[in-house]
Design a protein. Structure first.
Length: 658
């Protein structure tokens, strides 16, 4: 029987001599999705690679006194090594300097020229070399690149142009006819409102001011614009334009292009227009994820705020870092990286919840039964709830995975892990062990614990592929038992299961000591700011002072300074070590934000998720208990309680409140 195919891509990465944890974020997410689909039985193609042409590469190579190819060869080796470290299971790795790719790009360029969609003219405008992006005067922000904020240069040269303007209406219609093509939805709104509605201009698609690129074969003094070169990799890697395009015929169109939000416009405007011009199918989905940020700013070598992924993996283990990246940040939104958040996740989720569950269960089996359970069983009504949750979890995880909601998928697995830990406290195996007449009940309790551990181990495999086999080994199982379907079945362990106590999966970390050592090791401070910690007290004092002011009236100009927007709550969880604070991830129609609110006394996380709230969008970020808050949700004070101002669900995220 022919298996369904699933084709997922990451952007091909621009060679950088300083890789940081943000480079791994997108690829780890793609890897988790690829592994998940393989476990479901799909024939998966997972593509990644490197984008190696362009003026920036040529300039860097010249500065080092090497050829551009020598320069990128060394860096590509480092990128491949990083993917091996992160246990990335890509099926193919493409380099835009590969001969077959360059030849296919030349054919694509020539085809578009012969069809009249590419024409020769003269370019005069602004160019950002670091981003390899062309900008009009109106698109610049304070005279600089709107994407990276760096200087742009005036460029004048003979060039070929792609008739991008011709496809504006077709693009908008395609978005309407294919809901979900661009996700999150806020990215689609951005493309239409910021780029298409103001008027698409034809795109400069060749350069003559440098030579490091794919030559235009019918006009060799021109090289193909790097983004035409780079975007084409998704089909050239499958053999499009070659003598053997069988992989293209099998896997295209791609199911998901997974990209950073800063390059969504290339993948949802330029790339679809090229495919339309070629008469080829468009990818089924482009998902633009957010950034890992430190102190509110994107990680950047130039800012000196990069976090070395090799240091983190060597210190905590690859699976712990993979888990943190996909659990801490709702996918699609920006997420703040802090050393405290990382260590807290490892301690709370991995050491306390998961590691302790496995260790306790194996320890009790060894202590009470010598490691092998007897066959006698004694069921109890208490078992039914646990079994029901265990069997529901796989379906819940699938629902979130199919929506690319990795954090919520992991949250469902941890609900099972947490409930299983609670089951230990409810059944009290140590008390049962004291009564010989209750040995059958004790064996049942331990068997139920083992089954929940087995199911959880299968479900975490896409995220933590090295940890799940270790867990199953403690139950006497092997990798053949890492079958997705088996996570939806109860009772697959033999009645007389033998436990094999293994290594401590995730040792608990001394938070204060670890943070100090980590900051000394990396040279990057990502944690709490002492000034920010006292912000809540300062705000309270300011409010008390304002009450005594003789005149609390403000002008319309004062009110206009406050930006209020509607925002949808994507996820919500308690702030560690606080009984008052909740951390909310919001879709605000502008790329997302994180807000900390002191409403935990009156609302549970489950009551908040999915609701639409009003948020102060231009409030200066502050840190509450070490967690960055990028705004404030509106609530009314009634006596000693707070009542959050909820908006109608049909109010779109990002809507301005006036």
């Amino acid at each position: 029987m022919k298996k369904d195919t699933f084709y997922i891509t990451t952007p091909i990465y621009y060679p950088s001599d300083k890789l940081h944890i943000g480079h791994a974020y997108c690829t780890v997410a793609a890897d988790a999705m690829a592994r998940y689909k393989r476990m479901q039985g799909y024939d998966v193609m997972f593509l990644t690679g490197t984008d190696e042409h362009g003026q920036k590469i040529e300039q860097k190579a010249q500065a080092k006194g090497v050829t551009p190819k020598q320069y990128v060869d060394d860096i590509v080796a480092g990128i491949k090594e990083l993917w091996r470290l992160f246990n990335i299971s890509n099926d193919r790795f493409i380099r835009t300097t590969d001969d077959y790719h360059e030849q296919a790009v030349q054919k694509i360029f020539r085809t578009l020229y012969e069809k009249g969609d590419i024409y020769k003219s003269h370019y005069e405008g602004w160019y950002c070399t670091p981003c390899e992006s062309f900008w009009t005067e109106t698109q610049l922000k304070d005279g600089k690149c709107p994407d990276c904020g760096r200087e742009v240069v005036r460029s004048e040269e003979e060039a070929y142009f792609f008739r991008l303007s011709k496809y504006a209406d077709r693009l908008v219609q395609y978005y309407k006819d294919h809901p979900g093509f661009i996700e999150p939805k806020s990215r689609e709104n951005e493309m239409i409102n910021n780029f298409i509605k103001p008027g698409l201009e034809d795109l400069c698609v060749s350069r003559t001011s440098f030579s490091w690129g794919v030559p235009v074969d019918f006009d060799p003094k021109h090289v193909v614009y790097v983004w035409i070169d780079a975007l084409s990799n998704y089909i050239t890697a499958m053999g499009y334009g070659s003598d053997d395009d069988s992989l293209y015929q099998k896997y295209w169109p791609a199911n998901i292009h997974l990209v950073g939000k800063e390059i969504v416009r290339f993948h949802t405007i330029i790339w679809p227009a090229i495919l339309m011009a070629l008469g080829l199918p468009l990818p089924k989905k482009v998902f633009g994820h957010g950034w890992l940020v430190i102190g509110g700013g994107k990680m950047s070598k130039s800012k000196g705020n990069v976090v070395d992924p090799v240091v983190l993996c060597n210190r905590y283990g690859v699976d712990a870092i993979r888990y943190f990246l996909l659990r801490e940040i709702p996918f699609g939104m920006d997420g703040n990286f802090t050393n405290e958040a990382l260590v807290s996740r490892i301690n709370a989720d991995l050491a306390n919840d998961l590691g302790n569950l496995v260790s306790r269960t194996c320890g009790m089996a060894d202590r009470y039964f010598g490691g092998t359970l007897p066959a006698d069983r004694e069921e109890d009504a208490l078992d039914d709830e646990l079994k029901s949750l265990a069997l529901e979890t796989r379906k819940n995880v699938e629902n979130f995975m199919d929506q690319m909601q990795f954090s919520n998928a992991l949250n469902e697995i941890w609900k099972l892990i947490s409930r299983t830990n609670k089951y230990i406290d409810e059944t009290m195996p140590w008390a049962l062990a004291k009564d010989e007449a209750k040995k059958a009940r004790l064996a049942t309790v331990l068997y139920n614990l083992a089954e929940c551990i087995r199911i959880a181990a299968i479900l975490i495999t896409p995220f933590m592929p090295s940890t799940s086999p270790k867990i199953l080994a403690t139950l006497g199982l092997g990798e053949k038992d890492l079958c997705w379907d088996k996570a939806g079945q109860w009772g697959l362990l033999p009645a007389q299961t033998t436990f094999h106590k293994g290594e401590n999966l995730f040792p608990r970390i001394d938070m204060a000591k670890e943070i100090a050592e980590l900051e000394a090791l990396t040279g990057v401070h990502t944690g709490s700011d002492a000034k920010a910690e006292v912000a809540p007290k300062a705000e309270k004092k300011q409010k008390e002072t304002s009450k005594t002011a003789p005149d609390g009236i403000i002008s319309i100009d004062d009110f206009a300074k406050v930006q209020l927007r509607a925002a949808k709550i994507i996820s919500c969880e308690p702030v560690p070590k606080s009984d008052k604070l909740l951390k909310l991830q919001l879709d605000d129609g502008m790329g997302g934000r994180q807000v900390v609110s002191g409403i935990a006394q009156w609302y549970t996380p489950d009551q908040m998720v999915g609701k639409t709230v009003a948020v102060v969008a231009n409030l200066k970020p502050a840190k509450l208990r070490g967690v960055v808050s990028e705004g404030m949700i509106l609530a009314a004070t009634v006596g000693d309680s707070a009542h959050v101002l909820f908006l109608d669900d049909d109010v779109p995220a990002g809507s301005e409140i006036r």
